[in-house]
Every structure is written in C-alpha cells, then in structure tokens.
Design a protein around this ligand. Structure first.
Ligand code: FNR
Length: 368
C-alpha cells in the first residue's frame, strides 16, 4: 500500500485530524447582511469539502465585531445569537470526518468593502467607520480612525468572546486572522503602525496586540481547543515585515499558546509578489525551522501549515516529505474541486481508503 505523508494523521492538542490537508479560510460573502448569520450555503460548502477528504476545514474570516467585517455579507461571532448557525456547520463537517476550525478576525482599515463578486464596487462602503492602529489609509480605501487604548483593550476582549462562542458552537480549532493586512497585521507591520505608545514603535510594542489577542483567546477557548494564527510572513516591501521578523514572532506566539502557525504573505499594501507554484512555502519552512523543538503549552509540537498555489498531490507530498511544513492547505483549487483530497489520493495511487479515513463511497472513482 502506498502511504503518502499527506494522509498521515495530524495531532493538535488532544485532537487528531485524519490527514494533513487543510481547507484554508475563504470568504464566501454569503452571510445574511446586518446579522452575519450562517446560511445553508455555508453548511453545504464546508460539509462538501469535508466529504471531499480534507482533514481540517477552516471556516472563512468571521468578524469579532460588526465594524470589523470585511463586507456586509461576512460571517460573525460577535453575538451569542450567531452560535447556533456555526453549530450547524460544525455538525455537518464533523459528520464527514473532518475537524472544524473557524478563523476569527477584524478588518481594521480594510473592513467595510463590497462583497467580492463579479462587478463589485471598489472602495469602502460609504459611512463605514474604519478603525486602525494609526490613521494611515490603505490606497483607495477610506481614512481610518486611530484606536484609543481603551478601544484596543475592548477589541482584545472581542476576540476572546468570539473564541468562547466558537467553542460553544463546537469548533475544534480557532484561527486568529493575523495576515493579509487586516487589524492584527496592521499592528504588527511598521508600514501601518506609526504609534508611539505601548502598542507601536519597537517590534515588541507592535507585537503586543497579537500576543494579547493570542493570550486572551487561548484563555477563552480552554484546553481542548487548538489555537492557530494566520500570518503574512512578509509584506514583500522595503521597510515592512520580513520572514526573519515572523520567524522570531512565531516562537513568542507558540510560548503564548498557539498550536498552529498558518503561513501566508502580503496584502498589507500593494506589492510586487513573485506569485508562482508554492511561492510561500519557503516562508512556512523558515517559521518551521524557528519553532523546531518547541512544545506548545498544550503538549504537542507546533504545526506549521503551508499555503499558496499548492495544486497537486505530488507537490503537497514533496512539501511534507522535505520537512518544510506539517500540513498543506489548498484554497482556490478546492473551490474548483471540492473533492481535491480524493483526487490527490487517486493521483498518488493510494489504496488504503479506510485506513486514511477517506470517503469509501468514492474509492471506485480512480482512473483505472
Ligand atoms: C481567500 N483567502 C482568505 N484568507 C484568509 O486568511 N481568510 C479569508 O477569509 C480568505 N478569504 C478568501 C476568499 C477567496 C474567495 C479566496 C480565493 C481566498 C486566501 C486563501 O485562504 C489562500 O491563502 C489563498 O487563496 C492562497 O492559497 P491557494 O488558493 O493558492 O491555495
């Protein structure tokens, strides 16, 4: 039997994912406007990817406050009334054998845009108040207002409360959105954080918000739940965050309670990015090297997830076998093909379907 590494189980705290393939968070712009509630679309979309064989399914960026939504059709976990809808997603994903995670976040100066749809309007929705570490606008978006210190403390608590609600909904994993130029990233990067108080200036001060959010969410979610963070490892810009900065931060995050480091890049500001096959994998490898040998407070090794134009089973397999990451996420490829892990298992000639926890119903689908 061929036993690919991508189909080996992955342990996160007391939880085990059946394999190392992740559906990364991807906004569906399908929540009900105003109340950010889950719809049937979400339940079907995520359950289908679970049935398609993903070991861990991470639900899209879900706002911790209403003004933190990236668009009016984003999911939310700012209100207890939103928990029941998320529980439907969790139940459906679990029923198909995958762990269920949710990404919680706040858009900061990039909140309040139109849902990304063909022909969508560019720019900030008129009247949407943007909050950010500093009053520095993202090009073509509205001017944000600088957060006061009391507001920052309240936002840390909003992340914690969203984490508590995620656990109430049954999620196994909570991933903090610390990437792509949204609020946590805006604090981290010197290109968007010009504060001179305890929240900006030195690298330590810029990291304070991320670390306080991690500590608060860790405390809120309790010992069973795995805690992840998604980072843009580099801003791809002079004077911005670099892979070295992020490798250093990674160790601090693990010590603060993070079990999973999901390594993406960019989107703080427009930049020239060398987009190509696996173009962010070296950044995951750099983070993995930095946390090698560390143990999370939960007692397991921190898991590093690579993402970005990973589009074949052979490529994913090579990333894991070369030790560059512990798990691999495939986003757009899984929008095209919800059964991507099944496809990759067929491509790699896997025959131990039961052992791998893949849906046996699709075992006969191989091109043989
Ligand atoms: C995304 N991406 C994304 N990332 C994130 O951290 N939170 C999110 O909610 C979203 N939303 C989102 C929506 C859509 C439609 C796409 C295509 C992408 C980024 C995504 O998770 C992933 O990192 C990138 O798509 C790169 O990986 P792939 O697609 O090359 O495998």
């Amino acid at each position: 039997m061929i036993a690919p590494r991508i189909l080996e189980p992955l342990t996160l705290r007391s939880l085990t994912a059946r394999n190392r393939l992740w559906l990364p968070p991807m906004c569906m712009y399908s929540a009900t406007a105003q109340d950010g509630a889950v719809t049937d679309w979400h339940v079907l979309h995520y359950a289908t990817r679970a049935a398609g064989g993903f070991g861990t399914v991470v639900v899209e960026a879900t706002a911790v406050t209403p003004e933190g939504r990236l668009s009016v059709n984003d999911l939310g976990l700012w209100d207890d009334a939103q928990v029941a809808g998320h529980a439907r997603i969790v139940e459906a994903v679990h029923s198909q054998g995958a762990l269920a995670g949710v990404q919680i976040g706040h858009g900061g100066r990039k909140a309040g845009t139109a849902p990304m749809r063909p022909g969508a309007k560019e720019g900030t929705v008129p009247g949407w108040e943007l909050l950010a570490p500093s009053p520095l606008a993202f090009p073509d978006l509205a001017q944000p207002r600088e957060l006061g210190t009391g507001e920052i403390d309240a936002l840390v608590e909003s992340f914690a409360a969203a984490g508590r609600r995620a656990v109430a909904a049954g999620y196994d994993l909570v991933e903090i959105h610390g990437a792509h130029g949204y609020l946590v990233h805006q604090f981290l990067s010197p290109l968007s954080n010009a504060r001179t108080d305890a929240w900006g200036g030195s690298p330590e001060a810029r990291r304070r918000f991320a670390l306080e959010v991690v500590e608060a969410v860790r405390e809120a979610v309790g010992p069973r739940t795995a805690l992840g963070i998604r980072l843009s490892a580099t801003d791809w810009l002079d004077g911005g965050l670099t892979g070295e900065d992020t490798a250093e931060l990674a160790g601090l995050l693990v010590a603060a309670g993070v079990d999973v480091l999901h390594i993406s890049s960019g989107a703080l500001l427009p930049a020239q990015i060398p987009v190509g096959a696996g173009y962010q994998v070296h950044l995951a490898a750099q983070v993995k090297a930095a946390v090698e040998g560390m143990t999370t407070p939960g007692g397991s090794a921190p898991a590093v997830v690579a993402v970005g134009l990973i589009t074949s089973g052979a490529q994913a397999e090579q990333i894991l076998r070369s030790g560059q990451a512990d798990a691999v996420a495939a986003g757009r490829a899984a929008l095209r093909d919800p059964y991507l892990p099944v496809r990759w298992a067929h491509e790699l000639g896997v025959d131990g379907w039961q052992d791998a926890g893949l849906p046996v119903q699709y075992w006969r689908g191989a091109y043989r």
